[in-house]
Design a protein. Structure first.
Length: 277
């Protein structure tokens, strides 16, 4: 799993928009495709994002954008603090189609997203101006997307939020699926089924992948023989084995390879989740 934490109040950038793994997060994410038609994955299903179209990703919606050297576009991530009302309004609703292809609407999205990038890069601009553009984008989403009632979605989100928060606080401890299930008041078997349904992977795999992500900032400072116990692994060998299984590289290779991120983009690895706190 790849865990991404956005530090800014909002994340705005223009780049070869891609993600190394299947993931989800708490924020709304908008992607405008300036490059050629490309295949992306939404809710584990392949869809075609055409040139000059917008992909609108709702909170906790699983997605994956494979790397391609021709990728180009704008990506705008809107953390929940700027869209709480919108998220609450759509919490029990699913989007029928995540791709916006109407030419007029897409043009408006592109204008607003460009303005956001410009305002974000100019630190002297008023924060309220930036928020005005965010609100315009949220309004466009209500106009363009078809929302359908989905009560199970709200229940799943509550479960996901609770589990992710708990694991994030206790990843260095020797947790077992039995102890976590007991904490949430479920039997081991019910918790396991519910977890697999919501996260599309096993609890053990998710738990250990969180540990791997937590170890990455430590790699430049410490040796693996010290890192493994800091993030909760039983042995250094277990840590190295799982790190390579998750990323395709050993911790040592990561430490000495400045192009690690670019190479990671080319891996066809199924990830579990990306959660933005």
């Amino acid at each position: 799993m790849f865990y991404e934490r956005i530090r800014d109040a909002y994340s705005l950038y223009k780049r070869d928009v891609c993600s190394s793994f299947e993931h989800f997060h708490k924020a709304i994410e908008l992607i405008y495709n300036l490059g050629p038609d490309r295949e992306v994955y939404v809710d584990l299903k392949p869809v075609v994002l055409k040139h000059n179209c917008v992909l609108a990703l709702m909170p906790y919606q699983i997605h994956y954008l494979p790397y391609d050297k021709n990728n180009d576009g704008y990506c705008t991530v809107l953390p929940s603090e700027y869209s709480d009302e919108f998220i609450e309004l759509t919490k029990d609703k699913s989007v029928r189609n995540s791709i916006i292809s109407n030419e007029n609407y897409c043009s408006l999205f592109l204008t607003e997203m460009r303005e956001l990038v410009e305002k974000h890069e100019n630190s002297n601009d008023n924060r309220f101006i930036v928020n005005a553009h965010v609100n315009m984008l949220l309004g466009r989403l209500l106009q363009c997307l078809e929302f359908v009632t989905d009560l199970k979605k709200s229940q799943s989100i509550d479960f996901i939020q609770a589990v992710v928060k708990y694991v994030d606080q206790h990843y260095a401890e020797p947790l077992s699926i039995e102890s976590v299930a007991q904490y949430f008041g479920y039997s081991k078997y019910y918790f396991s089924r519910l977890f697999n349904k919501c996260f599309y992977t096993s609890f053990t795999n998710y738990f250990n992948t969180v540990r791997i992500y937590k170890s990455i900032p430590l790699i430049q400072k410490y040796h693996s023989s010290e890192i493994f116990f800091r993030v909760g692994f039983a042995s250094v060998q277990q840590y190295i084995t799982y790190f390579k299984r998750t990323t395709g590289y050993t911790p040592s290779q990561y430490r000495h390879n400045t192009n690690f991120t670019d190479k990671l983009k080319t891996r066809n690895t199924v990830c579990i989740s990306c959660f933005l706190l």
